[in-house]
Design a protein around this ligand. Structure first.
Ligand SMILES: [Zn+2]
Length: 372
């Protein structure tokens, strides 16, 4: 397959490479959070007050629907340090994770950021002679608390939330095994194969593969490290040895490993060791985790061809390593681009990569793009 690749295609990669170098900064560990500042009424769950009264306890109703505040230091979730997700107690909308929680000593559960995607809306609250920013669930309009700009972490924010407004759901430690079961079921089909690729920021790589015809499933996660069930936060430190990866499951009758790898080398820079743009660290290394001898050979062939054609000015440092384990990342990392298109990060960094991919692989895009 590799020997039939046409040179015009390689030239396109070369020409677009400069462009991509300009846009590869991912800033994943620092700048990805944004605060939803929507004030429009975009609630999607509308219930009568009678219905809310029936659903909620009197205490919850007072806080969530009448903008009440629970007494400081009385909330059930104030000291909770378990891993998991904090949801809106009225509608189940996922708002925060344990990684965002910190001890603010203010008497209410506090978070330094929210799960991205406009799940929280804000309004100016001038009650009690103060000017504060109220936070509400964007889905059902229920009152959560307030957000202040005096947070001690890099975000500078402190989301001060009533325990009564939240429902805590403990993390599911079976995520890894579930994912492997799904993958194994899929690969039982002779026409379906899976490859695991690290090309820097997985949000970017995932968004691109979702558009490629023949791709059945793309998951963002971590591979190649020493720690079981790593969290995103742990991987970001670089200490676990994991790379941010996407796991691509595809139909071999519609696409091929050759094409999957062409896309891979089009949307990331394989010549910078342990780095993609502004993202530095082994977690951003360029790596292909192969599952069998065929995948290993094909990966080496593609790299050799790119080197031979001098597509890149510098040597390719992409690691070709045996696949061991894949740990799927937290839910809010999946479909990140699709769910957060309005964010500056997505506009500036991911969008150009997706557009570049759409340009080079124009005829290979899924006909129905409703999933993106
Ligand atoms: Zn809600």
């Amino acid at each position: 397959m590799i020997h039939q690749r046409s040179k015009p295609y390689l030239r396109v990669i070369s020409a677009l490479l400069l462009l991509s170098l300009f846009f590869t900064a991912c800033g994943q560990a620092t700048n990805k959070q944004t605060t939803s500042m929507k004030t429009d009424n975009n609630t999607t769950i509308q219930k009568t007050e009678k219905e809310w009264k029936e659903q909620l306890t009197p205490e919850q109703y007072y806080v969530l629907r009448q903008k009440g505040t629970e007494r400081a230091f009385t909330g059930a979730l104030l000291m909770n340090k378990e891993k998991g997700v904090y949801k809106c107690a009225a509608c189940g909308n996922e708002l925060f994770t344990d990684e965002m929680k910190f001890d603010s000593h203010c008497g209410w559960p506090s978070f330094d950021k929210e799960i991205a995607g406009g799940k929280i809306k804000t309004v100016v609250d001038t009650s009690y002679g103060m000017r504060r920013t109220e936070i509400m669930c964007a889905r059902c309009g229920s009152h959560l608390g307030h957000v202040f700009d005096d947070g001690p972490t890099e975000t500078g924010l402190r989301y001060c939330v009533n325990s009564l407004s939240l429902e805590f759901v403990k993390a599911d430690n079976k995520k890894e095994s579930m994912s492997n079961i799904n993958t194994n079921n899929a690969t039982a089909n002779a026409n379906v194969d899976t490859i695991t690729l690290g090309g820097g920021c997985y949000w970017c790589v995932e968004a691109v593969y979702k558009e490629l015809d023949g791709v059945i499933k793309v998951e963002s996660g971590f591979s190649g490290g020493k720690v079981d069930n790593p969290t995103y936060k742990q991987v970001c430190t670089g200490a676990t040895g994991h790379a941010e990866v996407v796991q691509v499951t595809y139909d071999k009758t519609k696409t091929s490993l050759d094409e999957i790898l062409k896309v891979f080398f089009t949307v990331h820079d394989p010549t910078t060791l342990n780095r993609q743009g502004a993202d530095v660290g082994t977690q951003y290394r360029s790596v292909i985790f192969y599952r069998d001898a065929n995948q290993k050979q094909e990966a080496r062939d593609v790299i050799a061809a790119l080197e031979k054609e001098k597509v890149f000015n510098n040597p390719i440092v992409t690691e070709v390593a045996p696949f061991d384990k894949f740990y799927i990342a937290e839910d809010y990392h999946q479909d990140y681009y699709a769910n957060n298109k309005e964010q500056p990060y997505c506009q500036l960094v991911i969008r150009p990569k997706v557009e570049k991919f759409e340009k080079v692989f124009k005829e290979r895009l899924k006909k129905n793009k409703s999933s993106l």
